[in-house]
Design a protein around this ligand. Structure first.
Ligand code: AMP
Length: 582
């Protein structure tokens, strides 16, 4: 809290008038129902996310506006209007219907950020399917855990990734068809359960009568990590679009002439809520870049497509900072007018670096897979307190609670960040885990699992996680998942996993491993164990650091004390060790 606030001044000096012009007035008057009239809805109060994102624009001039500028890894360029995407998703909806998909069936995508991923996800929503976007960086176990958990019926993937699926096919009895997007990879031979995207799309009609989903029908599943157990499926309903639309408009401040770039992958909730639904329900043109991070490459994207609103993440910003202030000077970045960030704490230096290099600060905002849309944010009109996540979005009531989740704590005191339950994009379930879902609510509050402080003026400051979940480069990693993979290695007896500080990714994964009798500690064995994890886990979840220990500290009930591993590694006080089994 030691940094001077960044003053915003009068809106007359802004390049465009912000959509949210008076925060206090908006907060005082806001009701979610006010947003309803901005959307089109279906007959009888029904609602479908794909209709709001695409089809409703077909009856307006937005139809011929570019919805998607796509740039491939190799510099390929494609563009699609809202009308194009509406027709393509109709076709895909017909393809799915032909494969027997009906309302409620789970349809997964597992591929890079290619146009077909967007067509598949929105086409699946049109048939009333429940979509599950997966990162292409997932290994076979990660795919199996997710598809297996909610019995995915369809998977859309590419020739490059499909071998992963064949390794685990026996474990996925519910998976009926694998749709292969060949994208010019001529000569691909279809195998067991596989059908060709291109061939089926070629024969499908552009007309489709959208399935009239209810606002409470399940629409999206994103898997997220907890402290224990496998990743859990966070379920959102079609009504979530009300939240996506409103926050994209008032927090990301999207205006009709904007060219917007969200750098997140649809495998993460930011890549769907704000990489598909938020911008497109607002009729906004967006850029999708298939390639990975690279400072020059990213600046080139901004320059080439004249990006005006940019939504990215702290790790990426810190990597850009590391690449230096000279790199952006080689590009014309004058199209930029508004910068936002999410996913991890945004350090004040990064906020200010935006001012120095782009002439405007990064606006941090906070939310989670479970909340479905932004809950706490910095806004164009409000002064920024560097290091703060900002203030609540309209209709959101956050509180800082004591350790029993009973009492709200006064400003300045650290406690559990909770939100008064009930908003359109709130998760409605953890797939098949009703008790776990219920456990997240106490006395009308949703308990976020984060610790925070609220200041006298209602700005929220992130303190840390209340559990062992590790945030590495914006990805949440449950230590248990990594430990489970480590102990599958033939040499590993026990494993304990923690996050240790890193200047770029905030934290990286560190594993402590004890070996089975008969195995010798060696560099080579360590390399082999690391390689083993890379085959099974998402690349970010693989231990970057590793240490052998003769045994791991455990509680008397046999639980590995990660807290103690961390304290010992970082030279911090060990705290209460009364339950330690010596
Ligand atoms: P996920 O559900 O994967 O999007 O992760 C949500 C978690 O990321 C939150 O509970 C926080 O721990 C962290 N997070 C997200 N945004 C922020 C932020 N602006 N500042 C600090 N932590 C954040």
């Amino acid at each position: 809290m030691d940094y001077e606030p960044i003053r915003k001044g009068d809106v007359s000096g802004f390049r465009v008038a912000p959509n949210l012009s008076d925060y206090q007035k908006a907060i005082d008057r806001f009701q979610w129902e006010d947003i309803h009239s901005d959307l089109d809805w279906l007959d009888n109060g029904k609602l479908n996310i794909a209709y709001e994102a695409l089809d409703r624009h077909v009856n307006s001039p937005v139809r011929d506006k570019v919805a998607l500028y796509w740039e491939g890894k190799g510099g390929e360029e494609e563009k699609y209007t809202f009308g194009d995407l509406s027709r393509l998703t109709n076709r895909f909806a017909n393809v799915l219907t032909g494969l027997g998909v009906t309302k409620g069936d789970r349809v997964f995508t597992y591929m890079d950020r290619i146009p077909e991923a967007f067509v598949s996800l929105l086409g699946a929503l049109k048939v009333g399917g429940v979509i599950g976007p997966l990162f292409s960086a997932f290994g076979p176990e990660a795919v199996r855990d997710r598809l297996g958990d909610c019995e995915g019926k369809i998977l859309v993937t590419t020739p490059k990734l499909v071998n992963t699926i064949h390794e685990i096919l026996d474990d996925l009895p519910a998976l009926e068809s694998i749709i292969i997007v060949e994208r010019g990879e001529a000569g691909y031979e279809l195998k067991n359960k596989e059908v060709s995207y291109e061939r089926l799309m070629g024969g499908a009609s552009e007309e489709f009568e959208l399935v009239a989903t209810d606002r409470e029908d399940y629409a999206i599943i994103h898997y997220t990590s907890g402290t224990t157990g496998k990743p859990k499926g966070v379920v959102h309903v079609h009504e979530a679009i009300v939240g996506h639309y409103a926050t994209a408009k008032y927090v990301l401040d999207l205006h009709p002439d904007d060219i917007y770039w969200c750098t997140a992958d649809p495998g993460w909730v930011t890549g769907t809520s704000y990489g598909i639904f938020g911008p497109w329900s607002n009729g906004i043109t967006q850029v999708v870049y298939e390639g990975g991070f690279g400072a020059s490459r990213w600046y080139k994207v901004i320059e080439k497509y004249k990006v005006s609103v940019w939504y990215t993440a702290p790790t990426a910003i810190r990597m850009l900072m590391k690449a230096g202030d000279e790199v952006p000077k080689k590009h014309d970045l004058s199209s930029l007018r508004y910068l936002c960030s999410v996913g991890e704490p945004l350090n004040p230096e990064a906020v200010l670096w935006g001012e120095k290099v782009f002439g405007m600060p990064f606006h941090d905002n906070w939310w989670q897979t479970e909340t479905g849309c932004i809950k706490i944010a910095n806004y164009p009109i409000q002064d920024i307190r560097p290091g703060s996540m900002g203030r609540p979005f309209m209709g959101v009531t956050p509180g800082i609670l004591d350790d029993n989740y009973e009492k709200e704590l006064p400003p300045g005191e650290e406690g559990h960040l909770a939100l008064r339950a009930g908003w359109p994009s709130m998760f409605r379930a953890y797939w098949n885990k009703p008790e776990l879902y219920e456990s997240r609510f106490k006395g009308g509050w949703y308990i976020t699992g984060d610790k925070a402080i609220k200041d006298e003026d209602g700005y929220f400051w992130f303190v840390g996680r209340a559990d062992d979940v590790i945030n590495t480069g914006g990805h949440l990693v449950g230590p248990f998942e990594v430990e489970s993979v480590l102990v599958e290695h033939p040499a590993v007896a026990e494993a304990g996993v923690i996050g240790v500080p890193d200047p770029i990714a905030m934290e990286v994964i560190m594993a402590f491993v004890s070996l089975k009798d008969g195995y010798e500690e060696s560099e080579e064995l360590m390399r082999d164990i690391k390689k083993f994890t890379r085959k099974k886990l998402h690349s970010v979840a693989c231990p970057r650091k590793m240490k052998f220990l003769p045994g791991l500290p455990k509680t008397k009930s046999g639980k590995i004390m990660r807290r103690l591993l961390k304290a010992r590694e970082l030279g911090l006080p060990e705290g209460d060790v009364s339950t330690l089994e010596e």
